[in-house]
Design a protein around this ligand. Structure first.
Ligand SMILES: Cc1cc2nc3c(=O)[nH]c(=O)nc-3n(C[C@H](O)[C@H](O)[C@H](O)COP(=O)(O)OP(=O)(O)OC[C@H]3O[C@@H](n4cnc5c(N)ncnc54)[C@H](O)[C@@H]3O)c2cc1C
Length: 226
């Protein structure tokens, strides 16, 4: 049915064309957005001085751009604006325990983004990107905490990676060997779900008495982390 909304499909490029486990691939742009919105840690793969480095780092997204930040002295930050990078975001939803070891797997949602990031130098755009990044991990914190001052901004590199070339893979459901010959082994098989939730806030021991955790922090307790 045509909902009147423009079709939101991810373009397929030579780099993002699914090859193995293609049935887990999706071209649905909404699924990409959902995966990116659900997390705040990615892995940035970039070649630095002839060696591939995969660097875990936090990110923020506004739906069209992925923002990454780091020290201006960070080698992956220095290398990235001149290089093609590959960024992944992964959420593990469960262990797929099959009858045979061969069929074991992981239920997951994952995204892979290719591109050449741009170093953000415009001060307003830099603040907006850092806000996006902060709010992705801790909604409400940008307005609560002190914002970065001039020197801190100068020490921070912000990269903007367009979400133009991206792919999605998702695995859901039961093991694949329930209808095969191994079903006769009589072994238990199924999925062990994995849920990540936020715990109770642990106050800094140096906090003076009477400073309570703000509502935007406490309201997340017990809620899903991805
Ligand atoms: C937590 C987790 C554990 C996994 N464990 C294994 C494992 O042990 N063994 C295994 O073979 N596979 C595993 N996978 C799947 C794996 O990520 C690849 O999808 C698969 O192995 C195909 O790899 P390939 O090198 O042949 O890539 P290709 O199929 O050649 O990749 C082609 C293109 O497909 C897209 N693509 C590939 N993988 C992904 C992905 N995960 N997310 C988004 N886009 C993707 C990219 O655009 C890529 O350039 C796991 C995935 C996750 C998230």
């Amino acid at each position: 049915m045509n909902s009147g909304r423009p079709e939101r499909q991810l373009p397929v490029t030579e780099r993002t064309r699914h090859r193995r486990l293609r049935e887990q691939g999706s071209l649905d742009r909404d699924r990409l957005d959902a995966i990116l919105e659900a997390g705040f840690v990615c892995h940035l793969g970039v070649e630095v001085e002839g060696t591939v480095m995969v660097v875990p780092t936090v990110y923020g997204t506004d739906g069209t751009t992925l923002y990454l930040h780091g020290s201006v002295a960070g080698r992956s930050m220095i290398a990235s604006p001149a290089a093609t990078v590959c960024v992944t975001v992964t959420h593990v939803d469960g262990l797929v325990l099959a009858r045979s070891v061969f069929e074991h797997g992981v239920n997951y949602r994952s995204a892979m983004i290719f591109g050449t990031p741009r170093l953000v130098t415009d001060p307003d755009e830099k603040l907006a990107g850092l806000r996006c990044l902060t709010e992705q991990a801790a909604p409400g914190q940008w307005d609560y905490a002190r914002r970065p001052h001039r020197k801190e901004l100068a020490a921070t590199a912000l990269l903007a990676l367009p979400l133009d070339e991206a792919s999605v893979k998702i695995r859901e459901g039961a093991p694949d060997d329930g209808a095969g010959p191994d079903a006769e082994l009589g072994l238990w098989a199924g999925v062990l779900p994995l849920h990540t939730t936020w715990g109770e806030p642990d106050p800094d021991p140096l906090l003076p008495e009477g400073v309570e955790a703000p509502a935007h922090v406490t309201r997340r307790v017990g809620g899903p982390a991805n």
